[in-house]
Write a new protein. Structure first.
Length: 363
């Protein structure tokens, strides 16, 4: 039995709480939004539907400090754009013996939290997951629909030599789902979401704005799929420049959805047959935009620039999306770029993600 503090009451936070309670762990939760805390207190816990059915009592902590104190694992279940602000609220209360899990990680935002911890002289183990352990949808303040657990979730730690312990902890929580990666850079560079979410979102913008049902897989037509494949080629070139084994998007979808096909167009067509129900966002305030652009596309591009990798399509797509929404997405995701990428060579970036911040204030 492990004592787990969950930070966040979105779909990932609620589904994680239900899954962990079902497996016999001690769980408590806190959200930065008091309305979510209030709703969960009123319900007394989380109701789960789908592959996990039941009601699970989950206490809501009165504060971030109260949630974290005494926990063996601190799980940050929030979008990447919230990680910097949450880190500032959580870091004063985290201690070195705790595992801090980014569920799920993108854009190496775990480094933002690790840097704050290093400034306190606290070298806790950061643990990045490539994706949530299951697909879930929040359909009420305390109601979540949970899909089956995903096999092969990539995992890495900061510093990298803590990986055996980190994997053992996560397997004690969720079972043998995890595939180890050499460092957190490998996890974030192989987060494929931005590569296919953003084009699908943009080319389906009328459906999104009108709140219509649409399917991610079928809306990625053969022409769009060919474009997505070229964007993915640029991401793979960045991975190669940093010595990371890049997983092609087609391979990822074949494995995660369980389909076959030679090209991305064929793979997406097969995925549409297997998952025909609507899967696309119905709002502009969605992680396809607010997370995948600044912490996906802009992150890949910043790494590419640092390594001298030419990425014209990624650069054009980022500029186009920024123009359509009149937002500086590069600026929104600039905290990590300023902290790590802009100040280091590719070799120094790789060294950092292997070793972590070793000294107080080390930049």
């Amino acid at each position: 039995m492990t004592d787990v503090a969950i930070i966040g009451a979105g779909a990932v936070g609620l589904s994680s709480a239900a899954l962990l309670k079902e497996r016999g762990h001690r769980v408590r939760l806190w959200s930065a939004f008091e309305s979510e805390n209030k709703a969960l207190r009123a319900s007394g816990g989380v109701t789960s539907e789908g592959s996990l059915v039941g009601f699970f009592e989950v206490p809501v902590a009165p504060s971030a400090q109260a949630c974290i104190e005494g926990a063996e694992v601190v799980m940050i279940a929030a979008p990447a754009f919230a990680h910097s602000a949450l880190g500032k609220a959580l870091v004063p209360h985290i201690v070195a013996k705790q595992f801090v899990v980014m569920h799920s990680a993108t854009g190496m935002t775990s480094l933002l939290v690790a840097r704050l911890l290093a400034e306190r002289g606290v070298l806790a183990t950061m643990l990045d997951l490539s994706t949530s352990v299951c697909t879930s949808r929040k359909s009420g303040p305390a109601l979540v629909k949970v899909a089956p657990l995903k096999p092969g979730v990539d995992i890495a730690t900061l510093p990298a030599d803590r990986l055996p312990d980190g994997k053992a902890v996560m397997e004690s929580l969720f079972g043998p789902l995890f595939t180890t990666q050499e460092n957190v850079l490998a996890v974030s560079l192989n987060n494929h979401n931005a590569v296919y979410h953003v084009p699908a979102f943009i080319f389906s913008l009328a459906d999104v704005e009108n709140g219509a049902d649409w399917n991610l897989w079928s809306n990625t037509t053969p022409a769009i799929a060919r474009y997505v494949a070229r964007i993915d080629d640029e991401r793979l070139a960045v991975a190669k420049a940093y010595g990371v084994i890049g997983v092609p998007l087609g391979d990822y979808v074949r494995k995660s959805v369980g389909v076959v096909g030679d090209s991305i167009a064929e793979v997406f067509a097969a995925a549409a047959q297997k998952r025909p129900n609507p899967t696309g966002p119905k709002s502009l305030d969605d992680r396809y935009l607010t997370e995948d652009v600044p912490y996906g596309l802009a992150f890949f591009l910043a790494l590419g620039h640092a390594a001298g990798v030419c990425m014209p399509l990624t650069e054009q797509l980022l500029a186009f999306v920024s123009a359509v929404f009149e937002r500086d997405f590069e600026g929104e995701g600039s905290a990590l770029t300023t902290l790590v990428i802009a100040q280091r060579s590719p070799a120094a970036i790789v060294e950092l993600v292997q070793q972590g911040f070793k000294e107080k204030g080390n930049g």
